[in-house]
Write a protein that binds this ligand. Structure first.
Ligand code: PA5
Length: 447
């Protein structure tokens, strides 16, 4: 039994069962290729068996580290970008109090992020805060050579050493990187940092269940065992069958590809809970980087409703009809607030007095789905019973497997990202990095 469910009744007027089922043969093949490691990018499918193979010693070690960090740090800085950042942030924000930054009774270090941008003001303002707080950090980079986190780490390493002295600073740094390659690995060896390994066969955007995600999530006070348990449950379920009507990953991959071939080239992930915003960001990276190649692929976008119904709602209802939505719906909130009764009823809201806010949210969700479907936007609905570690574990594995399958249906390699190198080459050339002289000349000519 899995907790996650998919409802596709609101795509049925756009695509037929036959069109959905036409992907079955290729899905069965892709399912087998992911399990047997025989498809495109098969060097990077270590994530497929990862949940059930996570070492008990690794979990216990991460939990022990998290406990030690809690004793010495009010703030934990997670340095990383892309797949070395978004998974941890997605899970931490989904589980965290929405106003954690303002709470004065936090039991665990407050997590902040660095190295996911190159904004000088962001860094300066982070240092303003770190000047006054006890902190520790992790620097996460599989390649160990990515510019954004490397710049952030250089600055924060200096700051930490000035604040605590070199020896004590060293005890406040954990690096998560390749087992032997890259500048970060070398630096960690030279400086004596504790390190965790990103497995060779797991790419960044599929790495949330490695120390890349597990360490920050544990430091933030969340139960990584439950997260893994949920992922293991989904792994077993997905491994069991490749049938569209039994395997939610196959169903989701079939639905989105059936819509894609009908010209629905943009998928908008919708949430009605603001703390799911970074789940959308993580999903955008997972699908965008995995599928968007060879001039193919669904463009993954995201909105937070009802907030964005007052901005993007207009376009979704009435704009170009090349979009479909996937609503990530949550059945049960953790808290309970009712709309109060008001004697004067000047705002005319007494018709919902006594109703829970969640019920209003749910009616907004249903009303919006009906309106968007009427407007020509198919809606897939993925439901979680509630937001907790276990259900998020299921969700992660489900999205990952569906993404691998979807990439295979498109006939691309879902595990590489050659396109992200282009900006790096230009940036290095513009900054005068040795070895990029030819590119520098070419850019100068083109400007
Ligand atoms: O998914 C990916 O592979 C990328 O998004 C990387 O995670 C990202 O570019 C960061 O790379 P690295 O971990 O090597 O610093």
């Amino acid at each position: 039994m899995i907790h996650l469910s998919i409802d596709y009744s609101k795509v049925k007027q756009f695509i037929s069962e036959d069109e959905i089922n036409s992907f079955q043969k290729d899905l069965t093949k892709g399912h087998q290729q992911l399990i047997d490691k025989t498809g495109k990018g098969n060097d990077f499918v270590g994530w497929v068996n990862l949940p059930s193979e996570i070492d008990e010693e690794l979990i216990a070690g991460i939990q022990a580290n998290a406990k030690a960090i809690k004793d010495i740090a009010d703030i934990y800085v997670v340095i990383g970008i892309g797949g070395s950042y978004l998974g941890a942030r997605a899970i931490i924000e989904a589980l965290n109090h929405n106003f954690a930054a303002l709470k004065d009774d936090n039991k665990y270090p407050f997590i902040v992020y660095a190295g996911q941008n190159i904004s000088e003001d962001y860094m300066a303002e982070l240092l303003d805060i770190l000047d006054k707080k006890d902190y520790a950090l992790t620097v996460i980079s599989k390649s160990g050579t990515t510019t954004e986190p490397a710049v952030a780490f250089r600055i924060l390493k200096n700051h930490l050493e000035q604040k605590y002295g070199k020896e004590n600073a060293c005890k406040r740094i954990i690096a998560v990187t390749d087992k032997e390659k890259g500048a970060l690995k070398k630096l960690s060896n030279d400086e004596g940092y504790q390190t965790y390994v990103v497995p060779d066969d797991v790419g960044g955007r599929y790495s949330v269940l490695t120390p890349v995600g597990l360490l920050p999530i544990a430091v933030a006070g969340f139960d990584i065992r439950k997260l893994i348990e949920g992922a293991v449950n989904m792994q077993k379920h997905i491994m069991n069958s490749s049938y569209i009507n039994e395997n939610p990953a196959c169903l989701y991959a079939a639905l989105r590809n059936a819509l894609y071939v009908k010209g629905k080239t943009i998928e908008i992930m919708v949430n009605y809970q603001p703390n799911l915003l970074y789940i959308t960001e993580w999903w955008k990276q997972l699908y965008g980087e995995s599928e968007g190649k060879e001039h193919k692929g669904i463009f993954p976008a995201g909105v937070s409703f009802t907030t964005d119904l007052h901005s993007m709602g207009q376009y979704i209802q009435d704009g170009l009809r090349n979009i479909f939505e996937t609503v990530l719906s949550v059945d049960k909130p953790h808290r309970n607030i009712e709309v109060p009764y008001d004697k004067e009823d000047l705002d005319g809201l007494n018709f919902i007095a006594g109703k829970r806010i969640h019920e209003v949210n749910k009616m907004a969700e249903l009303g919006t789905m009906i309106a968007h479907v009427d407007g020509g936007v198919p809606n897939i609905k993925i439901t979680l019973p509630e937001i907790n570690e276990y259900n998020l574990g299921e969700l992660i594995y489900f999205y990952e497997f569906a993404c691998g399958l979807s990439g295979y249906l498109l006939d691309v390699n879902p595990f590489d990202q050659p396109g992200v190198e282009a900006y790096k080459r230009n940036m290095f050339a513009l900054l005068g990095k040795p070895g990029f002289e030819k590119e520098t000349e070419a850019i100068k000519k083109s400007l």
